[in-house]
Design a protein around this ligand. Structure first.
Ligand SMILES: [Zn+2]
Ligand SMILES: [Zn+2]
Length: 346
C-alpha cells in the first residue's frame, strides 16, 4: 500500500489543517501548468498521487480505515480527478486548461439529464491469500449523482447561461498582431460561447453531487492481477440508466508464495543436507494451513513435493527442495563425515 503520509510529507499524527496545507502547497507545486515539457507525465502522476493521498487523509472515515493495520483498506479511486481537485482547490485552479486529463468539464450540460450515469473506475489491492481462496470485498467510493437543484446543468433553474461577452458567443477570440489576425479559443468561456451567470449553490456549478456508496464484490479464486471486475449499474446515477463501476484488482505479491503457471502455488522448502541425504519430515505453510511433508531419502536440490488441494481451486501446492549445507559442525560430526567420505558412495 502507498504511504500517503510520506507522499504529503506529514507526520502520522498531523492534524487535518496541516494535511490540507501540505496538500495545497504540493498541488500548486505540481500544477500541470508548471511542468517542464519533458516532465509532463511525471508531474501528472505526482499530482494524481497527491490528490489520492489527500482524498484518503482528509476523510476521517477513510483515514481511520487506512491507519488500522488490520483493515483491508483500498482506495476507491477517482471518478474524475479533475473534479476532486476543483472541489478541494477551488474552481479557478485549472482555469485556462483545455481538455487534458484535468481540463474543465464541459460547461454546457443541457443534455446531461437525459444521459446514462457516468462510469466510475476504481481499484483495490488484495492479499495474495485472497487471490488463492477468492474473497468478498466491500469497496467504498463516491458516487456522482446528477444534482437535483439544477438537473445537472450547473446553473439555477430559470437562469440559463448567457452569451459570453468576451467573444460575443463565437467561442473564439481574435487578436491583431501587426497585420496578422490570430484567432484562439476564448479563455473566458472555454470556447463554448456561453457562460453561466450564477452557479447552482447545491453543487457549486458542477452539476453533480457526490454520495458515499459501498458495493460488495466477489473476487473469484485465481483472479489475475490487474483484472477488471464490472459492477453493472453501480456507477453514477443517471435518469435513463446508471453507469457501471469498474474495479481493477491488483494482487499483492507474497513473501513466500508465488503463483506457478495455471492454478498451482509454489514455495521453497529448505532442507539440511544431512536431512536431504537421509530423508526427513518437515513442516511448511501453505495458504490454507501448516502441513507436514515427507522429504524422501536422497532428495536432490530442486526436488518437488506436491501438497494436493492447497493451490487454487483444488490444484496442488508445490514445494521445491533447497538443500542447506551446515557451516558449523563439531569435531565428532566432522570425524563421522570424514569416515563417511572414506566409505565412498556406497
Ligand atoms: Zn446543481
Ligand atoms: Zn467566450
Amino acid at each position: 500500500m502507498k504511504d500517503y503520509y510520506k507522499i504529503l510529507g506529514v507526520e502520522k499524527t498531523a492534524s487535518k489543517d496541516d494535511i490540507k496545507k501540505k496538500y495545497r502547497k504540493l498541488a500548486l507545486k505540481y500544477h500541470p501548468d508548471k511542468s517542464p515539457p519533458d516532465k509532463k507525465e511525471e508531474y501528472e502522476s505526482k499530482f494524481k498521487e497527491i490528490a489520492e493521498a489527500y482524498a484518503v487523509l482528509s476523510d476521517e472515515d477513510k483515514r481511520r480505515q487506512y491507519d488500522n493495520p488490520h483493515s483491508d483498506f483500498a482506495f476507491g479511486g477517482f471518478d474524475n480527478v479533475g473534479e476532486f481537485i476543483r472541489r478541494t482547490m477551488g474552481e479557478d485552479f485549472f482555469d485556462g486548461f483545455g481538455n487534458g486529463p484535468f481540463g474543465r468539464t464541459n460547461v454546457r450540460r443541457d443534455t446531461q439529464r437525459n444521459q446514462r450515469g457516468r462510469d466510475i473506475h476504481a481499484s483495490i489491492t488484495i492479499k495474495f491469500e485472497d487471490m488463492v481462496r477468492g474473497a468478498k470485498k466491500t469497496i467504498a467510493y463516491d458516487k456522482p449523482i446528477i444534482c437535483e437543484g439544477c438537473d445537472g446543468n450547473g446553473y439555477p433553474k430559470g437562469s440559463p447561461p448567457v452569451t459570453c461577452d468576451a467573444c460575443g458567443g463565437s467561442g473564439q477570440q481574435v487578436k491583431m498582431a501587426g497585420n496578422i489576425m490570430i484567432s484562439s479559443t476564448c479563455i473566458s468561456c472555454g470556447g463554448h460561447g456561453k457562460k453561466i451567470s450564477s452557479r447552482c449553490s447545491k453543487c457549486n456549478g458542477r452539476g453533480l453531487v457526490y454520495e458515499k456508496s459501498e458495493v460488495s464484490v466477489s473476487i473469484p479464486p485465481g483472479i489475475e492481477s490487474n483484472s477488471v471486475i464490472r459492477c453493472s449499474g453501480a456507477g453514477g446515477k443517471g435518469a435513463r440508466a446508471n453507469g457501471d463501476l469498474y474495479i481493477k484488482v491488483r494482487v499483492m505479491p507474497h513473501k513466500n508464495f508465488v503463483r506457478l503457471d495455471g492454478r498451482q502455488i509454489g514455495s521453497v522448502l529448505e532442507v539440511n543436507a544431512i536431512d536431504a541425504i537421509l530423508g526427513c519430515k518437515a513442516e511448511t505453510n501453505t495458504v490454507y494451513n501448516r502441513r507436514m511433508v515427507n522429504v524422501p531419502p536422497g532428495a536432490q536440490p530442486g526436488h518437488k513435493i506436491y501438497i494436493e488441494g492447497d493451490g487454487i481451486d483444488g490444484a496442488a501446492h508445490v514445494l521445491e527442495v533447497r538443500v542447506k549445507v551446515p557451516t558449523l559442525i563439531n569435531k565428532k560430526q566432522k570425524e563421522l563425515l570424514e569416515q563417511f567420505r572414506r566409505e565412498g558412495d556406497g
